[in-house]
Ligand binder design. Sequence first.
Ligand code: PLP
Length: 381
Amino acid sequence: MPKKFKPFHTPIYVTRPLLPDLNNVTEKLDEIWKSQWLTNNGPQHELLEKELLGALKVPYLSLFNNGTIALIVACQSLRLSGEVITTPFTFPATPHVLTWNNIKPIFCDIDPITMNIDANRIETLITPQTTAILAVHVFGTPCDTIKIQEVADRYGLRVIYDAAHAFGVEIEGTGIGTFGDISMFSFHATKLFHTAEGGALTFNSRELKSRVDLLKNFGIKNEEEVVMPGINGKMNEIQAALGLVVLKDIDEERRKRKVLYDTYKECLKNVEGVTCLDNDKPGIKNSYQYFVVRIDERAFGRSRDTVYDEMKKYNIFTRKYFYPLCSDYPCYRYLPSSETANLQIAYKAAGEVLSLPFYGGLSENDIEKICGIIQHIQKNA
Ligand SMILES: *Cc1c(COP(=O)(O)O)cnc(C)c1O
């Protein structure tokens, strides 16, 4: 092994949570202690809601204890039932929220480039039971929102976006959370913006916001009226306070990640068989949440799995996002829409993608070394 490619001294993970200066968090905790208000729309919660309206450029927003509960409530608020068309190339939460709503997920193949739901195939999957489309802006790449809305309008379907990867993404200056009926953002520790655990729904309709706010608080309207069967989806004051502090560091983190993004692209541009997913496109504001490559085994000479395994020997821990496909889980495998023949492009993507280490704490040197190791694996594994 050439000296240049000694393993990293400390493990390099795919991400690290953005941890703000602890003093700033303590200061916030002091405020909370003085207020003696820990949850239920306290001052931190109200402030974070307001600040996120601006950061996400959306008209209405409702905070949640996590993104998955938010998405479950989104389905409830639109009274979805029957079947919902979604993508198999996503995190388990996406199809699971349908199951928790007694809805059958119908898996649709994906676009070979964006790896988002293929809007041109949605129509073939619509039945009299279909009530909505649940699309995911995978790795922050915007879905074909125009085409999806067109299909939805033609068939009277609702549209929900899982925007867990798309914090701050904009199309021509428009917040990604304004498309469809509802969008869900996750504020889990591994996401760019986080509240340790947390999430939000965004909408264009004030009526929907009121309904969602009732649903996330047991359906309690006032001290004497409970008007619907709600759940507990509330974000507490400590989560909201952490979010307010983290939010201040987001622009700086994005600037750092942009440099690393460009370094990755530069170092990998001439590596045969490695394609970078590039979201630095004109008119699109990038979330910089992930750095994802695809490894074409034939052109690269080694499989994605080989690269994943070999990288561990250098103390680099990448992720096979998203493998396996959701349609391959034991709970969904039996569905007719899960048949391999219907999901050829998704299968190919699931076999090729690799999420590389990406967070502001890495240096350009680290990225160059990681890319050098990838090339070393290509020649020597
Ligand atoms: C993180 C994530 C979720 C779940 O969000 P939580 O806040 O962890 O519940 C849902 N969908 C996608 C695509 C995600 O990446």
